[in-house]
Design a binder for this molecule. Structure first.
Ligand SMILES: *Cc1c(COP(=O)(O)O)cnc(C)c1O
Length: 349
C-alpha cells in the first residue's frame, strides 16, 4: 500500500487545470510578439483590472519567490526593513531572496503562532528603534491566507493598513493562495486588497491550478516604476510571455480561479470535519482555507505513513495536508477513514 492514487502533502502536487491548459493551447498558434507585447498579455492584464475594478499595473513572473522578492525590493531601499510574521514564506522559504533582490533590506520578524500580524505587533516593531543604527522600517508584508491556513478578514486587513498609513509604511500581500482567501471569505477581491489599503499583491497562479506563474499587481501604480527592469535583471522576464499570461485569461475568464479554490477549501473542511472529536488527535489550526494541520501522537503519524500517506511535519510536528483543484473527495475520505481508524488504536500497541 505504498502508492496512493493521490497525495495531499502539497498543493503543488496537482497538475494544470483544464481552463489554464485550454488557454495555453489556444495561445499556442501562430507567431505573436515577444516579451509581453502580445495580445494574451494585454488580455490577462485587462482581466485583472476587471476583477479588481481598478486601473492597476500587472506583471507576470515565473514563481512566488520572485514575485515576493521583486515586489518587496521595489518598495525598499537597501537600508530599509520589512516587517513580517515569523512563519512568513519570505522569511522561512525564500532562501534570502527578498534580502538579496533588495540589496540588503532586513526582514523584521514578529513572533506569531498562526502566521498573522497584528496592528499591535507592527507598531511595536516599527517604533522599537528610530536611531541611525537600525534599518528604517518601510514595508509590512502579510500572507493571505497565512502559511498555516488562516484568513485575514476585511476588517483585519483594514486595521493593519490603518497602522501602516499612520507610520508611513507600505503594505504588501503575499497571495500565493489569494484565491483561497477570496473563496473562504466570499468577498470581492478588491475588498481585501486595494480598498482595504494593500499597495501591492502577489497573486499566485501555480497553487490555483496553473503550471507556473504569479501576477504582481501594483494598486499604487507609482510603485511599479521600473519594475519591468527588475524583472528582466532577475531573469524573470519571459520572452514567450503569452504562455505565462494565457492561463490567467483562462482561469479568470471562466471563473475557475475561484471555483478551484472553493473546491480545495471544501476538501480541507471535509477532512477537518472527520478529525474533530477523534480521541488523541486534533486540528493544530482552525481550517479556514485549503490546509489541514493534524496534531497526533507520533505512533499515529507513523502508521499513517506506513499506510502510504505522505505529508510534511515541519510546523510544530503537526502533519500538513494541502488540497488542490483536483483533490478527489473519495481519496480525501480514504485519508479521513485511515486517520479515524488509526486514532482508535491505542498508541502502545
Ligand atoms: C508557495 C508559496 C509561495 C511561492 O513559492 P514558489 O515556490 O517560489 O513559487 C509564496 N508564498 C507562500 C505563502 C507560499 O505558500
Amino acid at each position: 500500500m505504498n502508492d496512493r492514487p493521490q497525495q495531499f502533502a502539497s498543493d503543488n502536487y496537482a497538475g494544470i487545470c483544464p481552463e489554464a491548459w485550454a488557454a495555453m493551447a489556444e495561445a499556442n498558434s501562430g507567431s505573436v510578439p515577444a516579451y509581453g507585447e502580445d495580445i494574451w498579455t494585454e488580455r490577462a492584464a485587462d482581466a485583472f483590472r476587471t476583477l479588481f475594478d481598478t486601473h492597476c499595473e500587472i506583471f507576470f513572473v515565473f514563481n512566488g519567490t520572485a514575485a515576493n522578492s521583486l515586489a518587496l525590493a521595489s518598495l525598499c531601499r537597501s537600508y530599509h526593513s520589512v516587517i513580517c510574521a515569523s512563519s512568513a514564506h519570505v522569511e522561512t522559504d525564500e532562501c534570502g531572496a527578498p534580502e538579496f533582490f533588495s540589496n540588503g533590506s532586513k526582514l523584521l520578524v514578529a513572533q506569531s503562532d498562526d502566521g498573522k500580524l497584528t496592528p499591535h505587533a507592527i507598531r511595536a516593531l516599527a517604533t522599537s528603534r528610530s536611531d541611525i543604527h537600525f534599518p528604517k522600517t518601510r514595508v509590512v508584508t502579510i500572507t493571505q491566507p497565512t502559511e498555516t491556513g488562516q484568513v485575514y478578514t476585511i476588517a483585519e486587513v483594514q486595521a493593519i493598513s490603518a497602522v501602516c498609513r499612520e507610520l508611513g509604511l507600505k503594505l504588501h500581500m503575499d497571495g500565493a493562495r489569494f484565491a483561497h482567501a477570496c473563496a473562504s471569505l466570499g468577498c470581492d477581491p478588491a475588498d481585501i486588497t486595494w480598498r482595504a489599503g494593500v499597495d501591492v499583491l502577489c497573486f499566485g497562479g501555480t497553487k490555483g491550478g496553473m503550471a507556473v506563474g504569479e501576477a504582481v499587481i501594483f494598486f499604487d501604480r507609482a510603485l511599479a516604476e521600473d519594475f519591468d527592469y527588475r524583472c528582466k535583471q532577475a531573469g524573470q522576464l519571459a520572452s514567450k510571455m503569452r504562455f505565462l499570461a494565457a492561463p490567467w485569461v483562462g482561469v479568470l475568464g471562466s471563473g475557475a480561479w475561484l471555483r478551484n479554490a472553493a473546491h480545495a477549501n471544501a476538501c480541507a473542511r471535509q477532512l477537518a470535519a472527520r478529525i474533530e472529536g477523534l480521541p488523541g488527535v486534533r486540528l493544530a489550526f482552525p481550517v479556514e482555507a485549503n490546509a489541514v494541520f493534524l496534531q497526533a501522537p507520533e505512533a499515529v503519524l507513523n502508521r499513517l505513513r506506513d499506510r502510504g500517506w505522505r505529508f510534511y511535519g515541519f510546523i510544530g510536528g503537526a502533519a500538513r495536508f494541502m488540497f488542490a483543484w483536483d483533490s478527489d473527495p473519495a481519496v480525501v475520505k480514504a485519508l479521513a477513514d485511515d486517520i479515524a481508524e488509526l486514532a482508535l488504536i491505542p498508541v502502545y500497541l
